[in-house]
Every structure is written in C-alpha cells, then in structure tokens.
Design a protein around this ligand. Sequence first.
Ligand SMILES: Nc1ncnc2c1ncn2[C@@H]1O[C@H](COP(=O)(O)OP(=O)(O)O)[C@@H](O)[C@H]1O
Ligand SMILES: [Mg+2]
Length: 265
Amino acid sequence: MLKCEGLKISFDKGTAHEKTVLQDLSFELQEGDFVTVIGENGSGKSTLLNCLSGTYLTDSGKILLDNEDVTLLPEYKRARKIGRLFQDPLRGTAPHLTVAENLALAYLRAAGHFHPFSRISAKDRQFFAERLKALDMGLETRLDDKVGQLSGGQRQAMTLLMATLVPPKLLLLDEHTAALDPQAEEKVSDLTRKIVEEHHITCLMVTHDMQRALDTGNRTFMMAGGKIIFELNEEEKKTLSVQDLLVRFREASGRNLASDRILLG
Ligand SMILES: Nc1ncnc2c1ncn2[C@@H]1O[C@H](COP(=O)(O)OP(=O)(O)O)[C@@H](O)[C@H]1O
Ligand SMILES: [Mg+2]
C-alpha cells in the first residue's frame, strides 16, 4: 500500500547549518494499517509526513503509494490520494465559508471536480447533515453558519470529516489534537479512531501522547534522529505500558527520552 525505501533528506545543504533530518528511513504499510508515530521534538516526524505528502521532495530514496512511484510527484498531484491534518485547527477549513460550503468543496475536490459549484442540493445537505451528526458535536444544525464561528475542536472535527468524506488512500495526522483543550482533544481523538477504523483508512498519526499512541491503531513507530528506532506490533501495543516504552527507547538509543512534553501527555 505504502512503501518507503531509504528516504533521506537534509536541509541547508552546503552551508555550515547543513542538517540531515531523515536518514535511510524505510518502512512498509499494508492497506488499513493505522500507525501511531512518536518521538522527541525534532526527531523528524513532521518531516516524514511532509515527504510523504510531497511538501518536501527527498534527496534520495523511493516512495511507492498504491503501486505508484510518487517519489518525484509534486504535492498537488498527490493531494487527491492523501488527506492531511495539522496541529492548527484553523488550517484545514475556510472560515468565511459556511459549514455546508466547506464540506461541498472538500467533496468536489476529493471527487476530482475542481469547477465551482453553483448550488448545494437538498440531497447534498442531507448527506452532510448525516455525516456531521455522526461527529456528535451539534454541527448538523449549523450547516449555514460560517466555519469561523466554530470552536477549535469543532473545526478540527470538520477538517477530519472533510479529509475523509471520500476516504483517502493515506491519511496523515500531525499532532492534530495537540492544540485543543483536553475535552476537545479527547473528543477529536475518539472521532479519529472511529472514522479511521470504520473506513479502514491507512493512516499515520503523529502524537506526543504516549498512552494514546499505545491505545490507538495497530502499529507504533518510535522515531529518533530521523530514523524509526523501533516499532511495536498490535500484540505489543496491547501489553506494553508507557514505562516499557521508555525502557525500549533507552535500549534502542542508549539514552533516556528527553523529558519534554512527550512525557506529560
Ligand atoms: N524546512 C526546513 N528547513 C530547515 N530545517 C528543517 C526544515 N524542516 C524541518 N527542519 C528541521 O528538521 C528537524 C526535524 O524537524 P521535524 O520533522 O519538524 O521534527 P518533529 O516533528 O519530530 O518535532 C528539526 O531540527 C527541524 O528544525
Ligand atoms: Mg512535528
């Protein structure tokens, strides 16, 4: 489904600040794999997602998505197959458009129609209302409200719905609940699990919450220094604790995990 071979990327090449951020990174995902990705700040998690989405092109290595070599494919050409959410809940929706208009745009985009729509049919509205109701955030009654009036949690739930209205081949989530208040974080995390599992979406989810990383999905990657230093399978995720993860980190890297917010999650 997704195959990455020997991905490597450096920034500020040829300067004194040259920095290799991904080094010889390889992994493979099967259809429906739901992988949580953890690791210290600066370990390359966001860069990996940026390379998969085509935001950055790698210096070397190969990316096969859905049997297609996308290594050199620009971002906009990958976008139809790849859904993406960022930490900032303002990033995925258009604030001056209504809830229904945002959903209609997402739907047209995913379906490959880029022409502007003239009106949203009653059938569309019903479809949107049904999908919004499943979010359980009261959004089904707010189809005509501007998205800018919604809370951060509601906006991120909307973005999640928009990214999955037509299930993408690959969903990339980059700490997409980290900027929300605890209650909204819990809610959007639960929704994520529900939607990804229901549609069997192949998904990479970066999180700083180690317990959540263990509880979510069927695989976990631990990144350090631009590599996946170990991975947990479904069985290990069920049996290991956060403490065990810290021990595994020490064994794999020879040092303790930096005691930043990753421990506080
Ligand atoms: N566009 C860029 N230019 C220069 N350095 C970058 C760029 N993107 C990421 N980096 C560097 O790559 C390293 C890894 O960053 P990142 O992938 O964002 O880490 P993480 O998401 O794991 O916290 C950091 O040192 C960061 O400064
Ligand atoms: Mg990051």
